[in-house]
Design a protein around this ligand. Sequence first.
Ligand code: CA2
Length: 149
Amino acid sequence: MSSPVLILNGPNLNLLGKREPHIYGHETLADVEADCRRTAETLGLVLEFRQSNAEHVLIDWIHEARETAAGLIINPAGLSHTSVSLMDALSACAFPILEVHISNIHRREEFRHFSYVSRVAAGVICGFGTQGYALAVQRMARLLESAAQ
Ligand code: CA2
């Protein structure tokens, strides 16, 4: 079986669809996972989809992914704006990394405009709502295809 694309979700994204629908919409994280799986299936990709509220758990998963994954899609949530450690873990990965934000972080508070993760990501999707995840899966398929040629 081919190596999976890992989709990681950071702190508080387990609340998606349950609070603040005016910012993040009505879809839950389970809905997002289902959407990503549908997209991945049409593209022949295998997915792993995870969420944690703990920075160290996300970092451990990134370390594990260095050995097992073909690529990584991450919504680092609030850690985007604060975590040098998450950026360092990601910078040790050889595969493509795509960053997703549901909201348009550039239209929001100043402190959300900067992301450490963007410095190590091949691309960033933000402001496309939860649809951004499936778009990132499509982009990842294209990047992996090009890398294989
Ligand atoms: O727009 C995004 O996807 C964010 O990564 C979401 C983070 C936020 O800190 C980033 O600046 C932008 C927040 C994730 C928490 O999600 C919630 C969802 C529903 C209710 C409360 C929080």
